[in-house]
Ligand binder design. Structure first.
Ligand code: NAP
Length: 490
């Protein structure tokens, strides 16, 4: 079992605390690593190293930065299987999904490497003679990154790669439940040639180490993915410091099934959206909004399919659903199931903590029907394998229900009718809408993010990713040799 110190200035560095925490396999409860907890002093040291790293890195030409990222993509590719297996051990999701998580990191690395030769500004005309106007992108400085546990390498990679290509340095705190894949990613970037100090890793509770990152005056921007509650707090603290903050938060994603839908396709999509990653995706479908005409057939078939899902250790080939991440998440799911019952929703299947021959944190895939759109289980993000079925009688009602949430990340509609599909695209308040596909499955060259309580307007991945980590400067180049006054001299 490996023990990790903090990664500061290119070296594994002893923390100034005596404290450490364990990294546990949530299926088997085996301890797989131990990590030192950083003190506030250590965060200071990481920032000092990042300031030195920034000097070197921001002066490195972007195509050279991109070469290192591209090389890292190659190493990730070579080590894909090993990393996926480690992720399943650490986080619990099944191997197919952890392979996908690593692939997403490879994809974003390859995509971002291309950006090294595409950090385009704009050129435009001036309202005055003999004057040239353009914009250039500049790095922000030291960026603080705080990430969740459900996509242990993809989310860190989504943040790290664009921040690096844009010339920033980084102080990062991965989720305490899944730090290992961030560590591996950073080791791979160092192997690919990243200079010391450009990325620094500190570990420990968000409440202490995350807070220290948010409050550090030399950290110029925070990129955070996690819960709405933590996101709100971070945003208000950054507001007080006039610090840039980009937030990717929760979801309560609706999936609409109209009466003309291809039911086989919709059922497959629902099963994958709701119970893939044990429902622990920000994009998981948690509200199925089903047309009354097909509700009975749909419900009966969905319950049959759900009851066939096999729970267990995600490393085993026949397993469909892995464990949930930790005890507090298990308790939270159980609590919501009880609330659902008390509020009058009807439990069709699941609802219990189970033991599939392993000591870990397993919860049965669970379906509630007769769910009122205002019930707690239809409003709050459960982040587990719990699905709410809500019946509607028209597209208008379906869209109204879909929008009846504080979140706005992903959404989906199954229909054969083009008009219904376009109405959904136009009217659903979300950052992503899928037609005849599940609510999960984002690709790295499209922007990712949401509206309302899901975020604050930034988008990760896609062409906007680099802008999250860049300042834009407008440049006016006057070659007239005289004073020319905009808006005054015509
Ligand atoms: P979380 O409790 O908000 O934690 C996220 C990260 O923030 C962790 O690294 C955590 O550290 C840290 N943290 C906690 N409190 C903090 C504080 N006061 N100051 C600074 N950092 C703090 O969320 P989670 O339970 O890990 O993740 C699940 C949530 O993430 C869900 O809501 C999900 O929808 C959302 N998510 C969103 C997206 C998206 O792109 N929109 C993607 C994935 C997940 P510790 O680990 O030490 O607690």
């Amino acid at each position: 079992m490996q023990e990790y110190k903090l990664f500061i200035d290119g070296e594994w560095t002893e923390s100034s605390t005596e404290d450490s925490f364990d990294d546990i396999n949530p299926a088997t409860m085996e301890k797989i690593a131990s990590l030192q907890i950083a003190a506030i002093d250590d965060v200071d040291k990481a920032v000092e190293a990042a300031l030195r790293g920034f000097k070197i890195w921001s002066e490195t030409p972007p195509p050279k930065r991109a070469e290192i990222i591209f090389k890292a993509a190659g190493i990730l590719e070579e080590r894909k299987e090993e990393l996926a297996r480690l992720m399943t051990e650490e986080m619990g999701k099944v191997l197919d999904e952890t392979r996908g998580d690593v692939q997403e990191a490879i994809d974003i690395a390859v995509y971002t490497a291309g950006e090294g030769r595409r950090l385009f500004g704009e050129t435009t005309t001036s309202e005055l003679k003999d004057k040239f106007c353009m914009t250039v992108l500049r790095p922000i400085g030291v960026v603080g990154m705080i990430t969740p546990w459900n996509f242990p390498i993809a989310i860190p990679a989504w943040k790290i790669m664009p921040a690096l290509v844009a010339g920033n340095s980084i102080v990062m705190k991965p989720a305490s439940d899944t730090p290992l894949l961030t560590i591996k990613l950073v080791e791979i970037l160092m192997e690919a040639g990243l200079p010391p100090g450009v990325i620094n890793l500190v570990f420990g509770p968000g409440q202490i180490v995350g807070k220290a990152i948010v409050h550090h005056p030399e950290i110029k921007a925070i990129s955070f993915t996690g819960s709405l509650e933590t996101g709100k707090w971070i945003m208000s603290e950054c507001g007080k410091q006039m610090k840039r903050v980009s937030l990717e938060l929760g979801g309560k994603n609706p999936l609409i099934i109209m009466d003309d839908a291809d039911l086989d396709l919709a059922l497959e999509g629902v099963l994958w959206s709701a119970f893939g990653t044990t429902g622990q995706r920000c994009t998981a479908a948690s509200r199925i909004i089903v047309h009354e005409k097909i509700k009975d057939e749909f419900t009966q078939r969905l319950v049959e399919m759900t009851e066939k899902l096999k729970l267990g250790d995600g490393l085993m080939p026949d397993i469909d659903v892995g464990p949930v991440i930790n005890k507090s998440q298990l308790n939270k799911i159980q609590k919501y199931v009880e609330i659902g019952k008390q509020e009058g929703a009807r439990l069709l299947t699941g609802g219990n903590v189970v033991n599939p021959g392993l000591p870990g944190y397993f919860f049965e895939p669970t379906i509630f029907t007769d769910v009122d759109p205002d019930m707690t289980i239809a409003q709050e993000e459960i982040f587990g394998p719990v699905l709410c079925l809500i019946t509607v009688s028209s597209l208008e009602e379906a869209i109204e229900v879909a929008n009846n949430t504080r979140y706005g990340l992903s959404s989906s509609i199954y229909t054969k009718d083009i008009t219904s599909a376009f109405k959904a695209i136009e009217k659903i308040d979300s950052g992503i809408t899928y037609i005849n596909a599940p609510t999960i499955g984002a690709e790295v060259h499209l922007p990712f993010g949401g509206v309302k309580g899901t975020g604050n307007g930034f988008r990760e991945a896609g062409t906007d990713a680099v802008k999250e980590f860049s300042d834009i400067k407008a440049v006016y180049f006057d070659y007239s040799g005289k004073l020319q006054r905009a808006q005054i001299d015509q």
